[in-house]
Write a protein that binds this ligand. Structure first.
Ligand SMILES: [Mg+2]
Ligand SMILES: [Zn+2]
Length: 207
């Protein structure tokens, strides 16, 4: 795919809030990093994160998100929270955990542009639980995101599958040896190459 940097840049210069010109395409839409939560932003725990005390940022995660913030891309959390559907934590508890997450991120100058969560269980058959793409599609509508120029980062194959089904440009798997920070640097570098009008094959990247 080819990105169209000039038009994007023009739009950014013209773009008064609330009066973004629309031309029926997604040239003017935002690019986003869609991030899974556990294993990407915070440490996984045995079982589920059901308490604020269970939530600990991974080293470098906040800095990586701040780096995205500075790049102009959006950062959107897309997280399966079947803890709610399973009755292991209330929605209020999960929101409390997320407020804690946001405060930890803010300490490093990082913020999220959106939080989407699926409260359902695997047997609910909902359209939002990853690997279904529902959360990404909803965020794209809400936040005017160009999915084909965006990236899904997760630590599970179901994350990558959700990104693929949503039509994201890249799907990247992170682990202990290839962290969110590594992924962000790689994406921004590759996006620069594409912006220089060279073709870039989309697909999956594994650390
Ligand atoms: Mg995960
Ligand atoms: Zn759901």
């Amino acid at each position: 795919m080819k990105r169209r940097k000039e038009k994007r840049g023009m739009a950014a210069r013209k773009g008064g809030a609330g009066e973004k010109p629309r031309t029926g395409g997604d040239i003017l839409a935002h690019r986003a990093f869609f991030l899974d939560r556990d294993g990407v932003i915070n440490y996984k725990v045995a079982g589920y994160v059901t308490r604020v005390e269970d939530f600990h940022l991974l080293p470098g995660a906040a800095e990586a998100i701040a780096r995205i913030n500075a790049s102009g891309w959006l950062v959107v959390l897309v997280t399966n929270q079947s803890v709610i559907g399973r009755g292991l934590a209330t929605r209020e508890r999960v929101d409390e955990i997320h407020r804690h997450m946001l405060s930890l991120l803010a300490e490093k100058g990082a913020h999220l542009d959106g939080i989407y969560l699926c409260p359902h269980t695997p047997w609910d058959g909902c359209p939002c639980r990853k690997p279904e793409p529902g959360m990404l599609l909803q965020a794209a509508r809400d936040l005017d995101i160009d999915l084909g120029a965006s990236v899904m980062i997760g630590d599970s194959d179901t994350d990558l599958e959700a990104g693929r089904r949503a039509g994201t440009w890249l799907q990247i798997k992170v682990d202990d040896g290839f962290t969110l920070g590594d992924a962000v640097e790689r994406v921004l570098a590759e996006a620069r190459v594409v912006d220089d009008d060279r073709d870039m094959e989309g697909g999956a990247i594994r650390g």
